[in-house]
Design a protein around this ligand. Structure first.
Ligand code: PPY
Length: 484
């Protein structure tokens, strides 16, 4: 049984049929044919190298001579393509919410489900943004704000914005260039990209695409086979990666039900009902479940010295959710923590990063005398950020920078590189306006006294909306598709 894929390689995957996390049926469908289009977006680029012994790599074939699997264009797909053709011009996209609204209607369903999905009832997912609504400004007036500057340093590296492009997996689900869209836009705007372990483009492709001097970080899912992680980390360091963000909030994958409902193949009923291989891998439940089995749930504080022994890169824990763990990271000599709940995709009812930030700065000040932002131990938050206004609240409360993930995915899924370029330009414009209106000329002047965060920790249940008042309020509109 053979399988072809990009660069015209042929592999014998017969012995792998039973172990394939996505089931055997999908492999058999492409037997002897070109599987590139189905394979590429949802497999890490090194998957074949890692899982298939060298003797099963059969050699090369001219892709033109290989039979293509005819993909039927359904009516729904035709309608989607029409919506793609009628996207609003980028000049009408005024904010990051617009990208999300457009992506929702123009993206393939599977891709939208994977990117937008979050854990359980998606309460944390929504809270991530809602938490910013509980922080209000105390701006200062009559300061000369002719010149305002929102550039900063992140782990010692210059960044034109106090934010970085955080790691998000499977970029090719949204756009054929996948994460390369992010690398290119990051270069243009002087921001830092965090390369994900589970990128669709290969790690080296993303590093090769960087401009000379462009700073990239790496997000790490720790493999059960530590040698694989060690090789990856040391390779990354050699290739010039400047910091390692170890994901610590995903010992098991959260239930992302939107994604789970997208069965990545129509299953053989015998397989889903448990007669075959049910105990091996969970193969019926979407992109994330299909590829998560390598992540080590045994990762422990005891492993931290090992990481420190294999790399000189600064180490940051990504996914810390309380001050106790932040303190432990500091005491172990780590370079920082990302206060994050993984975009609401892991434990539902985890608190927002911005809320956690307040307790972390308070307790680390009380217990270790630290003030923030702090060069030696840097605090980052991610989740729910849609505007420069949100970012500035995090900066005011002590964050060095903020991670932004989904909005950039939506931007490139809808418009490719130009989308991310435009999203970053929108953010620049928002920073300029907000800094002026706050009376802050530099980020150092964005201080805790400038915000009222006294309600941030209150998780009150919302009172019912005032329908009469609300229905008189004319909603703002998203950028709209052109009339057909
Ligand atoms: C996520 O989907 O939240 C990820 O971080 C990526 C991922 C994808 C598949 C398995 C585990 C994690």
């Amino acid at each position: 049984m053979s399988l072809t894929r990009p660069s015209g390689k042929v592999y014998d995957v017969t012995d792998f049929l039973d172990d394939h996390p996505g089931g055997s049926k999908i492999i058999l469908k492409y037997a002897g044919k070109d599987a590139t289009a189905e394979y590429e977006p949802i497999h890490p680029p090194d998957a074949i190298k890692t899982h298939l012994p060298p003797e099963k790599h059969l050699g090369s074939v001219d892709p033109e001579t290989v039979q293509k699997v005819k993909i039927e264009v359904t009516d729904a797909e035709k309608e989607r393509l029409e919506r793609v053709a009628n996207r609003p011009p980028l000049s009408e996209v005024l904010n990051l919410h617009d990208f999300e609204a457009i992506a929702r209607v123009v993206m393939p369903e599977k891709a939208w489900a994977y990117y937008s999905s979050a854990a359980d009832d998606e309460i944390t997912n929504r809270e991530n943004h809602a938490a910013y609504h509980r922080i209000w400004w105390r701006p200062r007036i009559l300061r000369d704000v002719t010149h305002v500057d929102w550039s900063t340093k992140i782990l010692g590296h210059p960044s034109k914005l106090p934010l970085y492009i955080t790691a998000t997996a499977l970029g090719k689900l949204g756009h054929p260039d996948g994460e390369l869209n992010l690398t290119r836009a990051a270069a243009k705007h002087g921001v830092i990209q965090m390369i994900p372990t589970l990128s669709s483009c290969s790690f080296d492709e993303l590093v090769d695409a960087a401009e000379p001097g462009q700073v990239q970080f790496l997000q790490l899912y720790v493999n059960k086979d530590r040698e694989i992680s060690k090789k990856f980390v040391q390779h990354a360091e050699k290739r010039g990666i400047k910091a390692l963000f170890i994901t610590v909030d995903a010992p098991q994958l959260g239930r992302r039900e939107k994604d789970m409902r997208q069965k990545f193949e129509a299953e053989d009923p015998a397989e889903v009902t448990g007669n075959k291989q049910q105990d091996k891998v969970d193969r019926s439940q979407g992109a994330a479940r299909a590829i998560s089995s390598f992540i080590d749930p045994g990762l422990d504080w005891k492993d931290i010295p090992w990481f420190q022994s294999i790399t000189k890169m600064p180490l940051i824990l990504k996914g810390v959710q309380c001050w106790e763990d932040a303190l432990q990271a500091y005491d172990l000599g780590l370079a920082g923590v990302v206060l994050s709940n993984h975009g609401g995709r892991q434990l539902d009812f985890s608190r927002s990063g911005i809320e956690i930030l307040v307790e972390v700065t308070r307790e680390l000040k009380a217990r270790r005398g630290l003030t923030f932002p702090n060069e030696k131990f840097q605090l980052f938050v991610d989740g729910g950020v849609r505007r420069a206004n949100d970012v500035l609240k995090a900066v005011a409360l002590g964050a060095t920078a903020v991670g932004v993930g989904r909005p950039f995915l939506y931007a490139f899924s809808s418009y490719g590189f130009e989308g991310v370029d435009h999203a970053l330009q929108i953010l620049h414009d928002e920073f300029e306006m907000n800094m002026r209106l706050l009376g802050a000329r530099t980020l150092e002047e964005v201080k805790p006294e400038m915000v009222d965060a006294s309600s941030l920790q209150s998780h009150i249940v919302a009172v019912p909306g005032d329908r009469l008042y609300d229905s008189n309020y004319e909603s703002m509109q998203h950028a709209r598709l052109r009339e057909v």
